[in-house]
Design a protein around this ligand. Sequence first.
Ligand code: NGS
Length: 278
Amino acid sequence: GNIINNLVPVDYSHLENVCPLSPVKVTSTTSLTSCSVSSLVGTEAIKSDILGGEWQPKNCTSRFLVAIIVPYRAREKHLHKFLSFMHRFVQSQNIHYKIYVIEQSTQKEFNRGKLFNIGFLEALKEKPFPCFIFHDVDLLPENSNNMYACTETPRHLSAAIDKFGYSPPYYRNFGGVLSILSHQFSLVNGFSNKFYGWGGEDDNFYNRLRSALIRPVRFDYSVSRYCTLPHEQEKPNENRHNLLKLSSNYVLEGLNSTKYTVIQRSDEPLFAKIVVDL
Ligand code: NGS
């Protein structure tokens, strides 16, 4: 079917000059023909038009308003490549977006799910984003038809990653990059805050959706392609399988119990930076 049929636009019925739906092809200098990320270095994003990570088309009104949330700690080179590539990519789709980098302080083990919750809460304080994309910093999309907007049900954008031979490692995998309407994220009470260290928080999130009878979708694997920026394997959370079994009542724990302290907040040229203690 037509992959962009199910995208949910903001209410633009009263607006004139709405941007065309089909994405502009990313130019050959920035597109990836293989997963050689070196080709990305030096691509200049249209920096002057980006303010604190936010951009919108100049000559038309975007159908989409999206917050892109990137959990982060000590991956400076990845972040640089991610930003220089991603701005171009999303801009080619005529999307009004803002990139939030949620940086966890050195305190405690990394907690991807909790950082997503924080990004969601902080972004909504600024603007009523109807759609969120939760995005690992080490993944770069290869196909400009992989729209950075929300479908009616949550979507696994990164279904086909190079390191897994361009198909999901297992059917229910929901890691890497996903999009979800804000009201659906609230409905399942966001991510669990309990998963410190690597693994399991994405599986837990998938279970939350399924227990709310929400069935995630994927675009075709030829569209959902991503390149991984190489790094060392993170230390797995030894307790992740237990946590996965235990966490059954999603109303009790998640977005509604996310406690944190913002210790720094700044508008960087290419992103909004929020540093937090968990
Ligand atoms: C599973 C993890 C997921 C993870 C997936 C792929 O085993 O969190 O591997 O990981 N689940 C558990 O550990 C319970 S990847 O190789 O992409 O880093 O997303």
